[in-house]
Unconditional design. Structure first.
Ligand code: OSB
Ligand code: MG
Length: 378
């Protein structure tokens, strides 16, 4: 069992519609694809850093540098017996969780294919709670809707997604475009599962904004205050009935424990990329279960490669809230995997059952979106 070739690609996939958040607008999704080869098996992973350091400090350029100069050599200089061996080696690198997670994902796929198991089977075997839990055939998924030009436009967009079958809607908010949007949606759709995501755009001085939406029956308020903050979220959560959910602030199971134990949030958004990979994501899932805190899987507008891993991890038992896992068509004209991810009329998505990520890479589509690539050998 030995990996002797690793390839990095920078890909650019145009989004069907611009995605606007409190930190900016994206029109093209730029990610890194990691391919590992050895023993006749190929593993694939996606690194969810972006073109700019807006959501986190990582960019595709920092991820490429950290992968090329540090993380890829770790794989060539050591014998890995399981995917969980990689984060132990990678721990020597401080931070750069997205770079780590992209390579770890490719290793999980490679090991899973070697054992003829699906990623969902691998993750269920690795978790510590409910070891005998069954892998669901399908999971309930949601859609994350970016800021629109007006409240009416947002209502129309949301109606479209509800008509497609989605049963949980998340909207992005930013100062000046918040309570009004929640009110407009509640007037049209009083009973839908609705939540908001601020992407760190507010301060404690804005507490009244959140009080004003506290009676709107929201599932949660995601990352209202500063990225990396725990302390101020404790103060805000004390003022609200609605659960706070942390995204940007949680980089590890230790962060999750601090936040849950001290009451900074009641729910955690798990993004494998943000926490350094599936190994750490499973630890957070287990820890949250011990705290009776629900988790759900966040998204980074992934291609089908990253989406496959997210869907597999979202099949674990404590992922009790629908994730930001939408159909390939919600993002892109054409995905780079086959079959594409689809959502049925009940708002559910199938969990792949094939080996590893359980979807095939469409090489001509991948080649068409590749901007640059580099090959590394043991
Ligand atoms: O905060 O959850 C977020 C996309 C890019 C960066 C941050 C976030 C998001 C999303 C998109 O909300 C979710 C998806 O992939 O559909
Ligand atoms: Mg978020």
């Amino acid at each position: 069992m030995r990996i002797d070739r690793i390839e990095l690609r920078l890909i650019e996939m145009p989004l069907l519609a611009p995605f606007e958040t409190s930190f900016g607008v994206e029109t093209v999704e730029e990610h890194l694809i990691v391919r590992v080869d050895g023993d006749g098996i190929t593993g694939w992973g996606e690194c969810v850093a972006s073109e700019g350091p807006w959501y986190s400090y990582e960019t595709n350029q920092t991820a490429w540098h950290v992968l090329r100069d540090f993380l890829i050599p770790f794989v060539f200089e050591n014998e890995l017996r399981a995917p969980q061996d990689f984060p132990k080696l990678a721990a020597r690198v401080r931070g750069h969780n997205m770079a780590k997670a992209g390579l770890e994902a490719a290793l999980w796929d490679w090991f899973a294919k070697g054992q003829e198991k699906s990623l969902a089977q691998m993750f269920h075997a690795a978790q510590q709670i409910e070891r005998d839990s069954k892998i669901p055939e399908k999971i309930t998924v949601g859609v994350s809707v970016g800021l629109q030009s007006s409240a009416q436009e947002l209502v129309a967009r949301v109606r479209g997604f509800l008509d497609e079958g989605y049963t949980r809607i998340k909207i992005k908010i930013k100062p000046g475009r918040d309570v009004e949007l929640v009110r407009a949606l509640r007037a049209e759709f009083p009973h839908i599962r609705l939540q908001v995501d601020a992407n760190s755009a507010y301060t404690l001085a804005d507490t009244d904004v959140f009080r004003a939406m506290d009676d709107a029956n929201l599932l949660l308020i995601e990352q209202p205050l500063s990225n990396d903050d725990i302390f101020q979220h404790i103060k805000l959560q004390r003022e609200l009935k609605t659960a706070i959910c942390l995204d940007e602030s949680i980089h590890s199971a230790d962060d999750a424990e601090a936040a849950l134990q001290m009451g900074a949030c009641r729910i955690i958004n798990i993004k494998p990329g943000r926490v350094g990979g599936f190994t750490q994501a499973i630890k957070i899932h287990d820890l949250a279960a011990q705290h009776n805190a629900p988790v759900w899987c966040g998204g980074m507008l992934e291609s089908g490669i990253g989406r496959a891993g997210n869907v597999a991890i979202a099949s674990l038992p404590n992922f009790t809230l629908p994730g930001d896992l939408s159909a390939s068509r919600r993002y892109f004209r054409q995905d780079i995997v086959e079959p594409e991810f689809q959502v049925d009329t009940e708002g559910m998505m199938r969990v792949p059952t094939g080996g590893g990520i359980g979807v095939q890479i469409v090489m001509k589509n991948l080649d068409a979106v590749t901007q640059s690539s580099q090959l590394f050998r043991r």
